[in-house]
Design a protein around this ligand. Structure first.
Ligand SMILES: [Zn+2]
Length: 293
């Protein structure tokens, strides 16, 4: 059985680099955990896929957070990825449903809306750098390309796609990033553009139809010569734990904890993975004791 994987390589004799990723299982797990509608699944799936692609150049315990702060009904889409190929994320309004576009595709752009894309990089030394760019369309791949161009001065081509089956399962999800390197000629860039422009199938359909990520890559690259340099496993994974959430309880203060104690119990829910953590009365009283005056 296939599993989600990210491949890194070069093409056109080293004059461009690329990152390709299959995220079908990762996006399906996000859909199942959050109980998301098709358009919410497509939006978060595209953002998580793009996050994994951008996170592939991080080192050690660095991580990257992408936030789509659009004015659409999803009211915000967030994904966090790290150098180990782990990604997690959520949408504010997971049940949003919109009519399909005339093309029959999910209307991710309208669901996300227009606003700012915020990209935060957490470095190994603990510093966090955040860059904000205006979104282009809310379709996500175009927004990330614009971010890479304006914030990092790197011209890129990016494809991100999520295919939802009739029964709402994720049938295919994946992404591709191509960046020309120094030495690439106008002709090289045109060759990349014309190859991506002549794909008659979306990347999510290609993932769904391919028996392996290598087959998907062959179909995406067509006649362009390419080389695979690295392969990594990727997947949905959250860093939450009951200990972390009890720290959050400590930070809300004594008055709120007293209210929870009077209810007799409390349940903390992780935004990123929708895991539920129940706290008993005894645990709440212990947390109450830990809170300073
Ligand atoms: Zn979590």
């Amino acid at each position: 059985m296939q599993h989600d994987e990210l491949l890194i390589g070069t093409m056109l004799e080293g004059k461009a680099r690329w990152v390709a990723v299959r995220t079908t299982d990762t996006v399906e797990e996000a859909r199942r955990r959050h109980g998301m509608s098709p358009v919410a699944t497509a939006a978060l799936g595209r953002l998580m896929t793009g996050t994994l692609i951008l996170a592939s150049s991080l080192k050690g315990d660095e991580s990257i957070t992408l936030r789509l702060l659009g004015n659409g009904p999803l009211k915000g889409v967030v994904a966090v990825g790290d150098a180990q190929g782990k990604v997690r994320g959520y949408v504010q309004e997971p049940l949003v449903d919109l009519p399909l576009k005339d093309s029959g595709k999910l209307d991710v752009g309208s669901a996300v809306g227009i606003g700012e894309l915020a990209v935060s990089r957490s470095l190994q030394n603990g510093e966090v750098y955040t860059g904000m760019v205006p979104m282009v369309s809310g379709e996500i791949a175009e927004d990330l390309v614009q971010y890479l161009l304006t914030s990092e001065q790197i011209p890129s081509a990016m494809l991100l796609g999520v295919l939802i089956a009739k029964d709402y399962h994720v049938a295919g999800a994946g992404g591709l990033l191509i960046q020309p390197l120094p030495g690439a000629t106008e002709g090289d860039i045109q060759a990349i553009e014309s190859q991506l422009g002549c794909l008659d199938t979306g990347i999510s359909e290609l993932v769904a139809q391919s028996q392996s990520i290598d087959e998907m890559l062959d179909r995406l690259m067509g006649q362009l010569p390419y080389q695979v340099l690295e392969r990594r496993a990727v997947g949905f994974s959250c860093s939450c734990s009951k200990e972390r959430l009890s720290d959050t309880l400590v930070s809300i203060g004594k008055k709120e904890i007293t209210n929870l104690i009077s209810d007799g119990k409390a349940e903390m829910v992780c935004h990123f993975c929708n895991e539920h953590y129940p706290f008993t009365l005894e645990e709440l009283q212990q947390i109450y004791e830990e809170v300073g005056e």
